[in-house]
Design a protein around this ligand. Structure first.
Ligand code: GLU
Length: 218
């Protein structure tokens, strides 16, 4: 198991992400990472080891406040625990966190290689991220891209995605893995489990199986 946290709203996202990941530590993990979205930029920082290792790396950077981000604690299933295999996985058009296993990652890789993609990690997750990138190039519409990906992805997954050209929204999709969405009046939250959201709001619900969620401050 691993942990997913997402935040979009009027607060700085990084403290919410780190606090949320801390609340999900009970699920076990071997590495951690965050992506922070900006108007014209995306910053991804990830590290093998405990959350304090990630925090050390973050402290070495001059991180500007971001109002939208996703965070992840990884329990490695495909590829060793390492900085590169840690989530989030950034592609040209998006950044993505994943909980679960993509069973057909090999055939997705073959397809994407023929389409000109290359890979830097050993994870099944990077193949899923680049598949959604591929569909986003075709559709230029986040929900359509995720629905296309859903038709191809086999296995179990909870996904959190930020598209780089939509830095004020988080998209989520799940199959056979839990995801909770929450709202507090001016911010939206995404998490693998309720404890990560409870300090901020009690208005939350389980994302239905196979549904796509679009989270915005509204
Ligand atoms: N299968 C993915 C990986 O190994 C996600 C594992 C998880 O759920 O943390 O990177």
């Amino acid at each position: 198991m691993c942990g997913i946290v997402g935040y979009v709203g009027n607060k700085s996202s990084l403290p919410v992400l780190l606090e949320g990941l801390r609340m999900l530590e009970y699920r076990g993990y071997d590495s951690a990472g965050v992506s922070l979205a900006y108007e014209r930029d995306m910053i991804t920082v990830k590290s093998k080891g405990k959350l304090c290792e990630l925090e050390k790396k973050l402290a070495e950077r001059n991180i500007q406040e971001s109002l939208c981000g996703i965070g992840h604690t990884r329990w490695a299933t495909h590829g060793a625990p390492s900085d590169i295999n840690s989530h989030p996985h950034e592609t040209e058009l998006l950044t993505l966190v994943h909980n679960g296993i993509i069973e057909n990652h090999k055939s997705i890789e073959g397809f994407l290689l023929r389409e000109g993609y290359s890979f830097v990690s050993e994870t099944d997750t990077e193949r899923a991220a680049k598949l959604i990138d591929y569909f986003y190039k075709q559709t230029r519409e986040p929900i359509a891209a995720l629905i296309e990906a859903k038709k191809t992805l086999l296995g179990s997954y909870a996904l959190g995605v930020i598209f780089k050209d939509i830095p004020s929204k988080i998209y989520a999709l799940r199959k056979d893995n839990p995801l909770i969405v929450g709202y507090d009046g001016s911010s939206s939250y995404l998490a693998s489990d309720i404890p990560a959201i409870l300090p901020y709001t009690k208005l939350c619900c389980r994302l239905s199986e196979g549904r796509v969620a679009e989270l915005s401050p509204e």
